[in-house]
Design a protein around this ligand. Sequence first.
Ligand code: YEV
Ligand code: CA
Ligand code: ZN
Length: 332
Amino acid sequence: MNTGGNSLPSGPDGSKRKVCYFHDPDIGNYYYGIGHPMRPYRTAMTFSLLKNYNLLQHMQVFKPAPAQETDLRSFHADDYVDFLKRVTPENQKEHLLQLKRFNLGVFDCPVFDGLYSYCRSYAGGSISGAVRLNNGLSDIAVNWAGGLHHAKNCGASGFCYVNDIVLAILELLANHQRVLYVDIDVHHGDGVEEAFYTTDRVMTVSFHKFGNYFPGTGHILDIGYGEGKYYSVNIPLHEGIDDESYQLLFKPIMSKVMEVYRPEAVVLQCGADSLSGDRLGRFNLTVKGHAECVKYMRSFNVPLLLLGGGGYTLRNVARCWCYEVFSRTSLN
Ligand code: YEV
Ligand code: CA
Ligand code: ZN
């Protein structure tokens, strides 16, 4: 087998993949609060699994440079970034109007200690990954702390504060004419779809549970607008879908998208809340079925940014993401 330092075994096409992996050793210390489903600690668990299986030798591991304020402002509104920077659990009660305006401090998106450095850290990983793909330094860049697809330009939503995916795609657009975004999180990728709804330079494709479920968007007839018409694709699904049915949709749809759109870079949001047994998700995918999507997108040999996202049954998340960066199924 064709394994080498800092690269994964050869793919079905026989070529080596240079892989970089972004990990912040402090990520596990950010805490959304008692009982909150989102636990940044899951990426520390994933890292620990990779380390103990001796798999880190196959990739270049970096601590992400925190995203700069100017990076965040390339998508987010100035007053929202200013507020994220200033607000703390202690002073939040003095800013009730702004909390409401930016959808912060409520049950889904609490203000917690270190919130702004958390945002800079996970966004930094995704942006740095995009920069390495742009420079041809890596073929695949991984940031499991990123993939926070619900954040909007002017506010938080669904556990997401800044939209690292939009920031990474903006970075990729500096070097690439067309970028494809694919989202296998159980929820609709609303923040990313909205950001690029009127452009044909980014095609967004989301598979999600639809019907009486957060965030409520992602109707099959939402297809983009203006220049972006036909460049947003939504695949609304019922709960309980299994590997077989999911692949019967995923492969033909993504094969057609790749053939027709011919993206120069692909961003895959690998939200693990689409796995069976997730605390919030309602799909029935196995780790193997989930990883099959990664394997399939990898097989096109286009620069690939792999991001995390949802995933609320911690042990399953760590198993899934560990398997996806190195396994016979997804990466050989
Ligand atoms: C989502 N938010 C969520 C679990 C154990 O469902 C919502 C809310 C009500 C919601 C919503 C629902 C719709 O069907 C349509 C539109 C909607 N807009 C909103 C705001 C967000 C999921 C993001 C991935 N929250 C929880 N699902 C949840 C949050 C908790 C926060 C603190 C402590 C415990 C929590 N437990 C939860 O579920
Ligand atoms: Ca999705
Ligand atoms: Zn989700």
